[in-house]
Design a protein around this ligand. Sequence first.
Ligand SMILES: Cc1cc2nc3c(=O)[nH]c(=O)nc-3n(C[C@H](O)[C@H](O)[C@H](O)COP(=O)(O)OP(=O)(O)OC[C@H]3O[C@@H](n4cnc5c(N)ncnc54)[C@H](O)[C@@H]3O)c2cc1C
Length: 496
Amino acid sequence: MANPDIDILICGAGAAGLTLAIDLARRGVSFRLIEKRETPFDGSRGKGVQPRSQEVFEDLGVLDKLMARGGLYPPQRHYRPDGGFTDRLMSDPVPASPAEPYHWALMVPQFLTEAVLRDRLAELGGVVEFGCELTAFTQDDEGVTANLMGPRGPETVRARYLIGADGGRSFVRRALGIGFPGKTLGVRAIGADVAVTGLDREVWHEWNDGDMARQVGLGPLPGTDLFQFQAPIPLEGEVDLSVAGLNAILTARSGRDDIRITAVHWASAFTMSARLADRYREGRVFLCGDAAHVHPPTGGQGLNTSVQDAYNLGWKLSARLSGAPDAVLDSYEAERRPVAAEVLGLSGRLLDAAKQGESKRGREVSQLDLSYRGGALAHDTRGGALAAGDRAPDAPVIGAAGQPVRLFELFKGPHWTLLLGGSATAPAARKGLSIHRVGGDIQDRAGCLADAYALGSDEAILVRPDGYVGAVLASAAAAGLDGYLARVGLELSPSI
Ligand SMILES: Cc1cc2nc3c(=O)[nH]c(=O)nc-3n(C[C@H](O)[C@H](O)[C@H](O)COP(=O)(O)OP(=O)(O)OC[C@H]3O[C@@H](n4cnc5c(N)ncnc54)[C@H](O)[C@@H]3O)c2cc1C
């Protein structure tokens, strides 16, 4: 077989494929990102960007742009049959803390999120190949041979790995024969982006919530002049997604003929289901994002889970290509499949609650508490509130030049970060490892690092490139740390 042309072929340029491409681009890994659509997806559907995804997007260099284009979720206005209404927040306001800088879900229409990700990819020299479809592939010991149909006609490409980030109907998953068990959830709904007259944009308007036959909602989409239209519909039958069809539903359910839909920008009628792929990996082929799991939109988890799959996989692909053992790639499914299973349960419970008219959200949707504790990459010799596998908290500290700096700024980038206690033994230098000593080049003047990490003087905490704690070492005995670093592909730097 011919040598691979590229390291990674990513099939699908949705949120998962774009995130993976950005991560690979900043690591200098060669890839192609193909997308069968001729033009970018233009719907708002996955619009909730949860706090943990905001942290991921900060690391990838896009959070400020997302914040600028999006906004916070407005209060929900629940209209009563007598014409009165009650305004409610979707979540109770919780202030940010030094350890958790983002506590609110951002609302950004998915097409804007994807546009910001494409811009970032372009900054890093990457490109989406639109109008290019994966039509077949085979794999062998050295790589994957993929048949593409693109603007220039058929093409064959060799890659070391293929990533199926190709959505819920994944061609890659089907071609591999990977089961996608689950169930449909007995709910069908319209989601649409519409232009509306006669309605203010300060609140999310909801009528008849809890009544699946009469519920309808119109929410203002930040960064646009549009509203998102949502309405459950009967499981069977034709749906009229035109201006006239949506106005008919709106007027009948809201009783308001002063509100008019004047244009439909995007519309979809979808049946909700919950499904999880039996496996995420088959040799040199991986599933990522909706290709591996689909859930109902309640709780805004789908896009977030997909982005975080990609963020988990990117550094592992890069590590393997740099010589890490293959087991590092196995940890992708081991870590991410249980997360998706949990998210499936959560969004199903939230859907049941929504059927009863309950739309309040709590911390569980933030994805801040996801943990890989006990997994193959979690090495912990201390035990404690913060353990290997947990999300690494943020903390403001004072940097080497006396400047204020956040730990997340020190973590930012594709490297690993080792936090050493004052008297802990530093390991030998390795490419891709940043080392900071508390009381040395960083000062914990406000005590926030101590609060979050409880780092003892002879202890060390190793933070993975994706912001999770890899190792907690009661004493930074070189043996434990060196063994771990070798397992994840961090080679000793050559001595001069
Ligand atoms: C109506 C609706 C509402 C939703 N609401 C929310 C929400 O509020 N919050 C939330 O977090 N999530 C929501 N989601 C889910 C969210 O949209 C998805 O989880 C997210 O888009 C998944 O991203 P992805 O990149 O994995 O897949 P996708 O966005 O589906 O991208 C896959 C891409 O692969 C391409 N592709 C497929 N086959 C091929 C091929 N053979 N060759 C090349 N390209 C291919 C497709 O064209 C597509 O662009 C909603 C979903 C729907 C349908």
